[in-house]
Design a protein. Structure first.
Length: 671
């Protein structure tokens, strides 16, 4: 098979690489996925490595799925067994395989952030502190995780949050252990401890994979870097693909130094730069290159347009009076380009912070422009999904967190008094809460509540079997939805909704989960093991892509959410000091500049930028300065419109005047 066909010389060089460390510096729109797929496929077809000896670590399940699909589409069965997934999926696989050594049951559960918050709230109740109710649990959890991963900032003075985090950290770890569950941070921490304490297991894992590849390498944190070091030690057949100019996640632990120092950390490292851009016009790239060149600490790269070459369309900057004008401007720009033949789905409106998005959204709504906001509440974060998942988790890996969530959902007469009695009994007898529920009589729980507990336990125990034991014409997912309707969950959802329309939407979420289950099981065998895989996959957001076609809507999103995407027309709003770079969120100016660069390089054909002269802050309208990033770009690379509008041509002017007079006439007539 010709894995090199259609690739440029630099891409071919990367694909031909066999052994030792390789850093592929893949600029925006330079075809990095194609290179990863082609290199993986070539290694397998030329027998440099078997599929099961290749590990590809990614940051999203979507990119892992795409890679596996594209490789197997060309290789067929030879490509089976290739391991591709996120760092968390990798950690889960290691812990499932070596659960005994990790001190876990084979059916250990996974808890998400909301579960961790619930655990911390419980722990806070036992703390003797008069101000404990005012603590932000999210903040404490974040500080505990920084301590666990070694990313806590060393500080001289300890405030009350540091003290509380220090007090709760060991208790939190103990509680997770007692519950027999692992949180997301633990999916990386525990494998590292496992390797440290069991060198033989580390050796087994190193021998499993003779080739390791990492996508979006600029987004790795210290812990992920340590994990990579561990699994490649011995052969160093490590290929990393990334772009230091797109490293924008420092605020969540990503360390750009991992990609900057890679050639020094790995001896005899080959570095290949992919600088041919297949996305944007030469005019857009000229602005992007000029902007990012101001960052000193970077691997020097200059993007060159390959596909569109020059279009003659120079990027534009519009200066508006106030933010209300900017919102109206966004609407008028969309109308302007629609008249040129573009569709709604061709537009992305990008901004630095969500507050800007709210204002623009209201203008689009008034103008009846269909839009979609990316980065809103995920279906996986909906209460209904979390409730059903808690039932499934409890059926497969009983734990206190899940049981407490569902014990009285839907309402079955098990109130706080009953739960307190069970908790006290568990403490007294030194058993867990799940076991205490089985001994409700001894815990002196009232008969009626006790019978409800028994009924719940029976339902949970039989749930996986009943989902799989479906009648002809009823899929496992449909059966699951029926079972929850039968125990009164549908009625509970309807009763808790504000109106019938929102009730329908809430119940639809449950039905969607049923469809996701059917889609996941697909051609897999219908057994409990695969229901367990489904629960794991749901918690890691694995294999859960929404396959629906993208609707014809304008996309509104933050600059962070836009990474990895591309659009024919990009409107970049709010290019002012204190917004970009952001006054509160943007302490790292280099990273803020990289964020600006990411926004610029999303545009394929048209790039429109805007800024205001005044903006409302804390209820007062104040003058604002243009972003320093704008001032760094040579003026000849973009057209500036100080009055906030393009000069109107003769015909357009006549049309506008006619339209204005027509509206004026109709107003006079109506009066």
């Amino acid at each position: 098979m010709d894995w090199l066909r259609g690739l440029n010389p630099e891409q071919q060089k990367a694909v031909k690489h066999n052994y030792g460390p390789l850093l592929i510096l893949a600029g925006a729109g330079s075809g990095k996925t194609t290179v990863l797929v082609s290199r993986t496929g070539r290694l397998i077809s030329e027998r440099v490595a078997q599929a099961q000896e290749i590990c590809v670590l990614t940051f999203t399940n979507k990119s892992a799925r795409e890679l596996k699909h594209r490789v197997s589409a060309k290789l067929g069965n030879t490509g089976q067994g290739l391991w591709a997934g996120t760092f968390h999926s990798f950690g889960l696989q290691i812990l499932r395989r070596f659960h005994k050594h990790a001190g876990l049951s084979p059916y250990f559960g996974i808890v998400d952030q909301s579960d961790c918050n619930s655990i911390l709230k419980e722990l806070l109740k036992d703390v003797k502190n008069s101000t404990k109710d005012k603590f932000d649990v999210d903040k404490i959890l974040s500080m505990i995780n920084d301590r666990r991963t070694g990313m806590a900032v060393q500080t001289e003075g300890f405030d009350e949050y540091h003290e509380m985090a220090e007090l709760l950290a060991p208790k939190f770890a103990k509680r997770l252990e007692h519950l027999g569950v692992v949180d997301f941070e633990g999916l990386l921490i525990k494998p590292m401890l496992l390797f440290r304490e069991n060198p033989d297991i580390l050796e087994k894992v190193q021998n499993m994979f003779s080739q390791v590849m990492v996508d979006e390498f600029q987004d790795t944190n210290r812990m992920q870097m340590d994990l990579i070091h561990q699994i490649v030690r011995g052969h160093n057949n490590l290929t990393v693909v990334g772009d230091d100019d797109q490293s924008i996640y420092g605020w969540r632990g990503a360390e750009v130094k991992n990609i900057l120092n890679f050639p020094q950390e790995f001896k005899n490292c080959e570095v290949i730069k992919l600088e041919r851009n297949y996305r944007s016009s030469a005019e857009i790239l000229a602005v992007a290159n000029a902007a990012i060149s101001k960052n000193k600490n970077r691997h020097g790269k200059i993007l060159r347009a390959e596909a569109a070459q020059t279009t003659g369309e120079i990027p534009e900057l519009f200066i508006l009076e106030r933010e209300e004008d900017e919102c109206e401007f966004v609407v008028s720009e969309i109308s302007h380009f629609l008249r040129q033949g573009y569709e709604y789905k061709d537009f992305a409106v990008l901004y630095r912070s969500n507050t800007q998005g709210g204002l623009i959204e209201s203008s689009l709504r008034r103008a009846n422009v269909p839009y979609n906001i990316s980065g809103g509440t995920s279906i996986f974060d909906r209460k209904e999904i979390k409730d059903i998942m808690a039932y499934l988790k409890q059926a497969l890996a009983p734990n206190e967190v899940s049981l407490r969530r569902i014990i009285n959902v839907p309402s079955r007469g098990i109130g706080d008094t009953t739960i307190e009695k069970l908790s006290e009994f568990a403490l007294k007898k030194r058993i867990n809460f799940v076991d205490a529920c089985r001994f409700w009589k001894e815990a002196e729980v009232q008969e009626k509540a006790g019978e409800s507990i028994d009924a719940l336990m029976t339902f949970i125990q039989e749930l996986p079997g009943k989902i799989l034991d479906y009648n002809i014409g009823s899929s496992p997912g449909a059966k699951m939805v029926e079972l929850f309707a039968h125990i009164g969950y549908r009625e509970y959802v309807y009763n808790s909704a504000a109106d019938p329309t929102s009730a329908e939407k809430k119940w639809m979420v449950v039905e969607i989960l049923g469809r996701i289950l059917d889609s996941f099981l697909g051609r897999r065998s219908y057994d409990v093991e695969n229901i367990k895989s489904f629960v794991d996959a749901m918690l890691l957001r694995d294999d859960m892509s929404d396959n629906e076609e993208d609707p014809n809507k304008v996309q509104l999103m933050t600059l962070h959410a836009s990474k990895g995407l591309e659009f024919p027309v990009v409107i970049l709003a709010g290019l002012e000091e204190d917004l970009l770079p952001h006054k509160n969120l943007g302490s790292d100016i280099d990273e803020e500049r990289r964020l600006f660069y990411v926004g610029l390089t999303r545009a394929k054909k048209k790039l429109v930028m805007s800024r205001c002269q005044q903006r409302k802050k804390h209820g007062t309208v104040r003058p604002v300065a243009p972003s320093r990033f704008l001032l760094e770009i040579p003026k000849e690379l973009y057209k500036e419109f100080p009055l906030g509008a393009r000069p109107v041509s003769g015909q357009e002017r006549d049309d506008l005047v006619a339209s204005f007079l027509s509206k004026l006439d109709s107003k006079i007539e109506s009066k």
